[in-house]
Design a protein around this ligand. Structure first.
Ligand SMILES: [Zn+2]
Length: 298
């Protein structure tokens, strides 16, 4: 089954999970149980994802946000409610996360493997407003009726980043928390030292999944990415990573890519993890970057 309109494209990864791509290639996942469906992430909010999802399932749908970034939070403003980790709520209401121009710019300007059928306009953007945010924490479980999704907190890319584990399907839905281009030059990111602790926690679940579907990559990763991420954290903290200097697209600050990129943006060393970080945010616990009044970026 492939369904699409001019804003979204959907394909099934199994008989009860639909992957939805926005125009910038950002991914949301509709996971159906017997009684209800979970929409994990909401793309950027260009076009109505809520209307698109209504074409995909008859079940009642609730939303869970992996983290409060502009390319993930869009449909939360249509549903008016979502589960998310409280540590990202402050971030959700920043101009960076929910501003309409930034979300539109993401979908119009991002590279994407999804063929774009339109160029979005401001009239297509779901406007941001205050919504009901229900807290979810590490260890919480969403019961869909015959299917359970377990919350694992992975602070790093943002302080409130969570991933979902389906033990029965042996799938981890990881959004931006761990992937071949994990970004730490972002608003709300933790230090690398803190992220290493999170990856160690995620490693407790390494034997519980075979495939890991992220928030952007077209192809799933494997559990080995956890070992690769730990290795890169160690190299960064020892000052022994590749340190490829580049500029963060959003903050325009100097950032470093931990492992040299090869074909298809994948790291040249053959592993699955890569990390983009700022040198002054490697060590220590800096607290919540948004709520502490620290500069958002850099
Ligand atoms: Zn993100």
């Amino acid at each position: 089954m492939n369904i699409r309109n001019k804003f979204f494209a959907a394909d099934k990864i199994n008989d009860h999970v639909t992957r939805i791509s926005g125009m910038g290639g950002e991914k949301a996942f509709l996971i159906e149980g017997k009684e209800r469906a979970c929409l994990f992430d909401g793309c950027s909010g260009v076009g109505s994802l809520k209307a698109f999802v209504r074409e995909l399932t008859e079940l009642p749908v609730f939303m869970v946000l992996s983290h409060a970034h502009p390319d993930h939070c869009g449909a939360a403003f249509e549903y008016g409610a979502c589960f998310m980790h409280p540590d990202d709520i402050g971030l959700l209401y920043t101009e960076f996360a929910s501003g309409a121009e930034g979300r539109l710019g993401y979908d119009n300007n991002s590279w994407s493997e999804v063929e774009k059928l339109t160029t979005g306009t401001m009239a297509d953007v779901v406007p941001a407003h205050a919504i009901k945010t229900y807290p979810c924490y590490d260890g919480d479980v969403f019961d869909l009726g015959g299917r359970r999704l377990e919350v694992i907190a992975v602070p790093g890319h943002t302080r409130g980043s969570i991933v979902l584990l389906d033990r029965e399907d042996r799938i981890l839905y990881s959004a931006d928390a761990i992937n071949p281009n994990t970004l730490f030059g972002m608003i709300g990111s933790t230090t690398i030292e803190e992220y290493r602790e999170s990856v160690l926690h995620l490693k407790e679940f390494q034997g519980d999944f075979d495939l890991m579907y992220g928030g952007h990559n077209p192809d799933p990763q494997t559990p080995k990415i956890i070992d690769d991420a730990l290795m890169l954290c160690d190299r960064i903290m020892a000052g022994e990573d590749d340190q490829i200097e580049t500029v963060d697209m959003i903050s325009k600050k100097k950032v470093y890519v931990a492992a040299k990129r090869g074909e298809n943006f994948m790291p040249e060393y053959g592993g699955e993890s890569n990390i983009v970080y700022q040198k002054d945010r490697v060590f220590g616990k800096k607290g919540n970057a948004v709520l502490s009044g620290e500069p958002f970026i850099g």
